[in-house]
Design a protein around this ligand. Structure first.
Ligand SMILES: [Zn+2]
Length: 653
């Protein structure tokens, strides 16, 4: 989708420079640490680790005021003394990565240049304050003698579809537009609580929109951003659409085309395309094969929404047998969708706004055999999914409810069945790794009795580490938003290899290209045995397999280390400790029967680095800086483990 003509706030804009001169002039002597008190969202925050750097200001990552600001703005900072990268995962989520000693920094996929390079003083990293605030969609302002950290209307993206134009407004705080002026010639939206540096007028000339003017009013503490859209004759504005609390769509249609509702852009991850069976083994497909198996004859003949007591009822009329699977996302996303599997949609796709507790509904043929009905909800509403022999009813309640089931499945038609909805979050067993069955709930690890006759494993090559990038070639691993596990694992494995070699280790990769190790489309047994053989045959010291996790919904996130053998435990524990601060949740060490850790003779671990199906983890996984950081933490863990557990009768590493 082409978002052309972005209005984005330039860094180092006259406002920013003025603000910092002000700050510098106000409180920071040339070199010494000093402090600043500023108002942020009606609360006073005191920054005490500020340093002046020429005309600019540096902020220390251990600044308690900074910690408050990050927490309040929904961002997380990860850095440890000595590390090169300082990562901030914002609420969007986007990963902002600074690198000690380098003025270049990244905000998601965008590379920028800071006014000075971050530096480390003692055990603290110092970052360019202006650039940090900007990356958080905030700016420093002055209200008389009082400093204000002001959320910004940070960008206004224009999507031009010929007869329709959609503006996507993004704020550094929740934004809810109010129409303060409207005529046939123009409509003005006011965004309270945000300032902006996007001021000015831009010609658009499409979709009934002549141009867009952005202005600011109000005070530094109570700012208002005004977006005025100059319309062409006969143009029709659609109702603003809140895609989440910091993103709003404003849609317009030219006089040429019929007025049409806005199409909410799919975020990269929450709506994974229906790629055949659900990704996770935990999703009970109770009625996987109902008696009347879903056939091409099955059709979704219509979807109606009607008000009922205490909410609305969405009825999906289905002629024939079908299975279904539904998922919902938690706050603030609150989207729900159900896939009718083995069905065709009768009639055109549907996209329309709906009354509360809904916001909108979309019905479309998601793939040749799946009809998807997606609902945007106005909050965490109760949902009842009940099948019958000729319909699926989705009851959405008016009231907000906490901790609701996140997914479920069942069937409609000659066999009516419904599964136990899945509870909120469990750390799922990795869905794509080949494993002999076992119950992962068993936390008291029992390792089979050690075969006393089996000689203890002694690496014939104690300087050799074998790294196994998961998947590759004919097996792409998990895929989300067009990002493939096989690509990410090879990237992280290569980074780890380079660090280990620079530290004097020998390294062998089970694959160093996007290929199968055994052969394309071989069975998992052959493919994984070939990987274990690389290490066993080489008499390696350690085996480390790198993977990326996924789940059927966006809930689970975090890093998990998997082991199988008693001798794996110490290595995995040390890995877990080093990876614990990588910016996502530490999901611990889990004993499992994963093939590669079971069939390698040396200490081994399989690391599921993060969940590609979770928006925040997705942002981390797609950040090169984060992948470098994870590789460094793995290398540090290997260093610590081999130091603490030297090979018997060998000099310590
Ligand atoms: Zn994998």
């Amino acid at each position: 989708m082409n978002w052309t003509n972005r209005f984005t706030a330039p860094i180092g804009s006259k406002f920013a420079a003025a603000a910092f001169l002000l700050v510098a002039a106000l409180a920071i002597p040339a070199v010494a640490n000093t402090s600043l008190t500023a108002i942020y969202q009606q609360q006073s925050i005191r920054f005490t680790h500020l340093e002046s750097y020429g005309n600019d200001t540096a902020i220390g990552v251990d600044d308690p005021g900074f910690a408050t600001l990050l927490r309040e703005s929904g961002a997380v900072l990860t850095w440890k003394p000595g590390e090169r990268y300082v990562l901030i995962t914002t609420d969007v989520p986007v990963v902002v990565s600074f690198s000690i000693g380098d003025r270049r920094y990244d905000v998601g996929p965008i590379s920028l240049q800071a006014s000075f390079a971050p530096y480390q003083r003692g055990n603290e990293a110092y970052l360019p304050f202006n650039e940090v605030l900007h990356a958080l969609d905030l700016a420093l302002r002055q209200d008389g003698a009082v400093a204000v950290v002001q959320p910004q209307l940070a960008s206004l993206d224009v999507r031009n579809e010929g007869d329709r134009v959609t503006l996507l407004a993004h704020g550094g705080a929740p934004i809810h537009p109010r129409i303060v002026q409207q005529s046939g010639a123009a409509v003005t939206y006011e965004f309270d609580g945000v300032g902006t540096t996007l001021t000015g007028t831009r010609p658009i000339g499409a979709g009934g929109v002549r141009s867009v003017t952005i202005a600011q009013s109000g005070t530094a503490r109570d700012p208002k951003a005004l977006v005025t859209v100059q319309l062409m004759p006969g143009a029709a504005p659609a109702a603003p659409q809140q895609t989440d609390d910091r993103d709003v769509l404003l849609g317009f249609t030219g006089s040429g085309a019929p007025a049409a509702p806005i199409v909410a852009e799919q975020s990269p991850t929450p709506m994974p395309p229906a790629q055949g069976p659900p990704v996770s083994s935990t999703a009970p497909s109770v009625a996987a094969a109902p008696a009347g198996n879903p056939s091409a004859a099955t059709t979704v003949t219509g979807v109606t929404v009607q008000r009922v007591a205490g909410g609305v009822s969405v009825t999906i009329a289905i002629a024939g047998n079908a299975t279904f699977e539904w998922h919902r996302l938690r706050e603030p996303d609150n989207r729900f969708w159900v896939d009718i599997q083995g069905a065709q949609l009768q009639g055109p796709p549907i996209e329309q706004n709906e009354p509360s507790p809904l916001l909108s509904m979309r019905v479309r043929q998601d793939d040749p055999t799946t009809v998807r009905v997606a609902l945007s909800l106005s909050g965490p509403k109760s949902i009842e999914v009940s099948p019958s022999n000729n319909a699926l009813d989705v009851e959405v309640g008016d009231n907000d409810v906490a901790d609701v089931p996140r997914s479920g499945s069942g069937s409609v038609g000659s066999v009516v069945a419904v599964s136990e909805p899945n509870a909120a979050f469990v750390t799922p067993a990795p869905s794509d790794e080949y494993a002999e069955p076992q119950n992962s709930q068993d936390t008291t690890w029992k390792f089979g009795p050690r075969d006393q006759n089996a000689p203890q494993y002694v690496p014939t090559n104690p300087r050799l580490i074998v790294i196994d990038p998961g998947h590759g070639g004919s097996d792409r691993g998990t895929i989300h938003g067009g990002v493939e596990e096989a690509v990410l694992t090879l990237d992280m494995a290569r980074r780890l290899r380079d660090i280990l070699i620079s530290r004097g280790w020998q390294v062998k990769m089970t694959r160093d290209a996007d290929v199968d190790v055994y052969a394309p489309n071989a069975d998992a047994h052959q493919e994984l045995q070939a990987r274990a053989d690389v290490a066993n045959n080489a008499g390696a010291r350690l085996f480390l397999s790198i993977h990326v996790n996924a789940y059927i919904n966006a809930g689970p996130y975090g890093t998990t280390c998997y082991i199988s053998k008693a001798e794996d435990v110490a290595f995995a524990r040390i890995l877990e400790t080093h990876l614990a601060a990588d910016g996502t949740k530490d999901d611990g060490v889990i004993k499992s029967h994963l093939y590669v850790t079971l069939h390698t003779r040396m200490p081994a671990a399989l690391v599921e680095t993060a969940f590609l199906s979770n928006p925040s983890d997705y942002a981390l996984l797609t950040s090169a800086a984060w992948r470098q950081k994870v590789a460094q933490e793995m290398a540090d863990a290997i260093g610590q483990y081999t130091q603490e557990y030297p090979v018997p009768n060998q000099p310590a590493q």
